[in-house]
Design a binder for this molecule. Structure first.
Ligand code: HAM
Length: 437
């Protein structure tokens, strides 16, 4: 048997109901914050990610799905969206049309990491990017959006961690200070951190090694080395958070695993997850546009992992996957009228009323069992009475049964609030449909 590739997952009913729940909340709030959707290709030229995320990062160094196509171009399945969104903005000169471009996305991403709970090789992110402004209101907004979404999904146990990396000039000065601090401790560092000492010293803050953590506790803090202007920017973001009573923790070790970050960085973590506890992460990337050959375009964004959100929701008992599939089930009580039963089902479906009928020529008893399984609110029983235009309608909660004229069924369900649209807006001629029937 051929199985799905390690670290990937099929997602189907009923679990998909939970996905829709998250996606609807995401769409509603991103629309409310005036973000427009962007969909970029699933693969890009490898150099886009190498140049933006950084050659020395774990993502580019060891986690990318890279292949050479038949034309000899090195391509990579996107491990994240920020680089692609910036590429698209520059390629289509969107920055010339709008001073500020606000985009959101929901998309699969690909990283060849060691799979574990909350860590997959194909996973899904929703996120947003605001490109064209250094206003701290946007830094606040990028924290507020996921915060509101998580609250709306029922979370209340997450923590906001925030830091500022300042500008690269300040960071360069700071890195010398950090190097001086770490040099006497070099021999005590883990092998991984020794490597990072040479390639990407800031990332030693990310180490999970207890000895490294102990050493880094007393390390000089980057925040103490950023410029006055950047500190003011950071303090304004904190002021906005305070003002809205969003609790946060300044985390000096929050350096994030992608090289494009400048200034504000943040993560929202949940206690209900294990080792992979970051629900979302983000920050400013004011220099990325220039790195990709574009103009000076300060920008900020965040991305959240949907699998992790669902895992945290499951751990907290917040998922109420409902078994309900249809509102109405059509039972065929006389096999001579199967066609009519099918037509009634399709009439209701055209009115967007979730309806099912029997495709397996089962007994009435088996059909009723199926209606129960689908938690149908009502069952429509079709027998010879249909020749006069009537069916029996059974309320599944009370067991009460009544005779109803078929033409009145759509209106009946509209009055019950089952249809999702105003029937006046339905764009087909239901008289004609009903005449055909
Ligand atoms: P990131 O921290 O690499 O940032 O990923 C963001 C979120 O994606 C993580 O917090 C986590 O929830 C989820 N995630 C990452 N890797 C995996 C995985 N292997 N399996 C499951 N979930 C995962 C970024 O991707 C940046 N592009 C965020 C950003 C947007 N910064 C500015 N704009």
């Amino acid at each position: 048997m051929i199985k799905a590739v390690k670290g990937t997952k099929d997602i189907f009913y009923p679990e998909i109901v939970d996905w829709h729940l998250v996606e609807v909340v995401v769409l509603e709030f991103l629309k409310a914050f005036n973000y427009g959707e962007i969909r970029t290709p699933i693969f890009e030229e490898t150099r886009l990610f190498a140049r933006s995320i950084g050659e020395e990062t774990d993502i580019v160094g060891k986690e990318m799905y890279t292949f050479t196509d038949k034309g000899g171009t090195s391509l990579t399945l996107k491990p994240e969206m920020t680089a692609s969104v910036m590429r698209a903005v520059l390629e289509h000169s969107l920055h010339k049309k709008n001073m500020l471009n606000k985009f959101y996305y929901i998309s699969p991403m690909f990283r060849q990491e060691r799979p574990q709970a909350g860590r997959l090789r194909q996973f899904h992110q929703f996120g947003a990017e605001a490109i064209g402004s250094h206003n701290p209101a946007l830094d606040f907004e990028m924290i507020l959006i996921p915060y509101i979404i998580f609250l709306h999904l029922g979370f209340n146990d997450f923590n906001i961690k925030i830091n500022s990396l300042g500008s690269p000039d300040d960071r360069r000065k700071y890195l010398l200070v950090l190097r001086n601090y770490l040099e006497p401790h070099y021999e005590d560092l883990s092998e991984e951190s020794k490597k990072r000492f040479k390639t990407n010293i800031l990332r030693i803050f990310d180490s999970k090694n207890p000895n490294d953590i102990e050493i880094m506790k007393n390390a000089p803090k980057l925040l103490d080395y950023i410029s006055k202007e950047d500190r003011e920017h950071f303090e304004t973001v904190l002021k906005y958070l305070d003002h809205s009573e969003l609790e946060y923790e300044i985390d000096h070790t929050l350096v994030r695993g992608l090289d494009y970050y400048t200034h504000t960085t943040f993560e929202i973590v949940s206690e209900s997850l294990g080792a992979q506890n970051a629900l979302c992460g983000g920050g400013r990337y004011n220099l990325l546009s220039k790195q990709l050959g574009g103009p000076d375009l300060p920008a900020i964004g965040f991305a959240a992992g949907i699998e992790r959100i669902l895992l945290a929701m499951k751990n907290k008992g917040l998922l109420k996957s409902s078994d309900k599939v249809v509102d109405v089930y059509i039972v065929v009580a006389d096999n001579n009228f199967r066609t009519e039963a099918m037509n009634i089902a399709n009439l209701l479906r055209l009115h967007k009323i979730p309806t099912e009928f029997d495709y397996l020529n089962r007994s009435v008893k088996a059909q009723m069992r199926e209606a129960n399984k689908f938690s149908a609110l009502e069952v429509i029983i079709v027998d010879s009475e249909i020749t006069n235009g009537y069916v029996q309608v059974k309320d599944m909660s009370t067991g009460k049964q009544e005779k109803v004229f078929v033409d009145l069924l759509p209106e009946r369900y509209r009055n019950m609030g089952l249809t999702y649209t105003n029937l006046d807006d339905v764009e087909f001629d239901d008289d004609e449909f009903e005449d055909d029937f």
